[in-house]
Design a protein around this ligand. Structure first.
Ligand SMILES: C[S@@+](CC[C@H](N)C(=O)[O-])C[C@H]1O[C@@H](n2cnc3c(N)ncnc32)[C@H](O)[C@@H]1O
Length: 226
């Protein structure tokens, strides 16, 4: 089978940039297996597991793996999160393109993988995911914003067993340094979300409105310092 297309999506390339060299990656919710194919084809990983809870994306993954000629290096597994996957040898787990709460749920059930590195890319509720991570013994080692039509964030996370204290504002900034245009763009979008929420609460007379508006201002100041 021919017609393999090289990966150009900046969001997935940012996930790839956090994967350790020479390891075995497990891509949870792989869909077309674009990421594991890229990682193995480009020599970043020796082997990969491409997992998905749904049959149809897993079939698409199988076809793409065949197109790339990587059937002997990438295994496809039908699995809800990490439930049906062996942790043996897995160095990096990527969970990308899902909601923050679903990612937290998959992590919470994936204890057998806690010695691996986690690369997480939440599509929604990133602040809830960060809060869950800090309250459940994970450390956000690094985080980078990226723009592919819209702004995304990608986190590199390790389980340490130690909880991290955090402020409400840090749930929105995570480990982003704000030192690149993409970081700044992502953070501005977060500030916009907070402002909208604060203004909505203000209209309904909620006492919580000021908290969100102040958080938005705090984020604006953080971006300016970057
Ligand atoms: C929007 S796609 C993201 C694909 C790819 N990871 C990316 O970031 O481009 C989400 C994929 O996650 C899969 N998925 C949803 N819930 C899942 C779960 N609990 N376990 C494994 N895969 C799941 C879906 O079937 C779908 O293929």
């Amino acid at each position: 089978m021919s017609g393999y297309k090289e990966l150009t999506d900046k969001r997935l390339l940012t996930c790839a940039s956090f994967v350790s060299r020479g390891g075995i990656v497990c891509d949870v919710g792989t869909d077309h297996a674009f990421l594991p194919c890229y990682l193995v084809r480009n020599g970043v990983c020796e082997r990969a597991v491409a997992a998905d809870v749904n049959e149809s994306p897993l079939a698409a993954a199988g076809e793409n793996i065949q197109r790339a000629g990587l059937e002997d290096k990438i295994d496809t597994v039908l699995s809800d999160g990490l439930d049906g996957i062996s942790p043996n040898g897995v160095t990096d787990v990527v969970i990308a393109g899902m909601g923050g709460e679903l990612i937290a749920d998959i992590l919470g059930r994936g204890k057998a993988f806690y010695s691996a590195r986690f690369i997480l890319q939440p599509m929604t509720k990133p602040e809830r995911l960060r809060r869950w991570l800090w309250e459940n013994g994970f450390e956000i080692i690094a985080e980078r914003g990226c723009k592919e039509e819209i702004y995304y964030t990608v986190m590199l996370v390790k389980y340490t067993g130690k909880n991290t204290e955090y402020t409400e504002a840090q749930c929105y900034t995570g480990a982003l340094k704000g030192d690149s245009d993409d970081d700044k763009g992502y953070l501005s979008k977060q500030a916009e979300r907070l402002r909208k929420k604060g203004e909505g609460l203000k209209k309904s007379g909620s006492a919580q409105a000021e908290e969100f508006l102040q958080l938005a201002e705090k984020l604006d100041r953080y971006i300016k310092q970057g």
